[in-house]
Design a protein around this ligand. Structure first.
Ligand SMILES: [Zn+2]
Length: 296
């Protein structure tokens, strides 16, 4: 692999013609020998690590552990305790992992455009931003035949039921961007759904418009949600043949494996953008690590 000069003031910026090898160093954080380079023109020194997302990281050894643990129901604070690092380190690791998995997730979707989804199911999962007075919604779409999670988007919604009055009094008017999130989700995944696919959902009023807009030729079937059974965190239903089983099961997987989504818990989301990052990391883990293990 050729490395170009990283100095943007240099005449040979991003060109490898003037770059020569310049020894190596032993990286303390993971005991690896790293090749160093030098640009002959501007004398700038750099190494293989300069071009990676992990640049300047001091705790590389825990990256994989963090990925696996936060996708397996461990909270960020408990993980910090467990790995003997600060909770801020875990927060930074989540930021880093979210950046790391983003191209991997989009590559996965690109792969699916060649092998399209013929049966899609989608639904919303309700969670809270610190308190039940500030609910959040996670719109999730799955491939019902192969269990892949196609995407998930977090949005704010207004409090409902008897909490709506209290919420308004305490926090003021709460804008709902649920429709926008649904549109973003469908825009992201529409190229991997077959034109004549079967799409199933429940009877939420925002769904028909978004399906019609992004996937006009598909067959959209809507079902009434059943009563929850005890297992599956209220997501699995008490029906003998649940037509929305795949999406309900995936939602139950979300609740069981993303600590902040567990019902009746102390661990809640304090920042919706972190929830989105956590979900993106989980989607990568589920599609590309967990399902592979299940299949083989
Ligand atoms: Zn240079």
């Amino acid at each position: 692999m050729n490395y170009g000069c990283p100095n943007n003031q240099c005449k040979f910026y991003q060109k490898s013609s003037q770059v020569i090898k310049n020894g190596h160093f032993k990286r303390k954080s993971d005991s690896r020998y790293i090749q160093k380079f030098k640009c002959k023109h501007c004398l700038k020194q750099f190494s293989k690590a300069t071009f990676t997302l992990e640049k300047y990281q001091k705790k590389r050894r825990i990256n994989l552990k963090v990925l696996e643990a936060i996708s397996s129901g461990v909270s960020m604070r408990r993980l910090a305790k467990h790995l003997r690092v600060d909770k801020k380190t875990i927060k930074r690791k989540v930021d880093y992992l979210a950046k790391k998995v983003e191209p991997k997730n989009s590559r996965f979707l690109t792969k699916l455009t060649r092998d399209k989804v013929t049966h899609m199911q989608f639904d919303d999962l309700i969670t809270t931003h610190h308190t039940k007075l500030k609910p959040l919604s996670v719109s999730i779409a799955v491939d019902a035949n192969r269990r892949f999670i196609l995407g998930a988007k977090v949005s704010t919604i207004a409090a409902f039921g008897h909490l709506s009055k209290i919420s308004k009094r305490k926090y003021g008017y709460r804008k709902s961007d649920h429709k926008q999130a649904l549109n973003e989700l469908f825009f992201q995944i529409r190229s991997c759904v077959a034109k004549d696919a079967l799409v199933r959902s429940d009877e939420h009023m925002n769904y028909p418009a978004v399906v019609k807009r992004h996937l006009p030729l598909v067959t959209h079937q809507r079902f009434k949600g059943g009563r929850a059974c005890i297992a599956g965190q209220g997501e699995l239903k008490k029906l003998s043949n649940d037509p929305l089983f795949c999406i309900n099961h995936t939602c139950a997987m979300f609740r069981a494996n993303i600590n902040r989504l567990i019902r009746k818990t102390w661990c809640t989301t304090k920042d919706p953008s972190m929830l989105q990052k956590h979900i993106d990391i989980f989607i990568y883990y589920f599609n590309q690590i967990y399902l592979k293990d299940v299949r083989t």
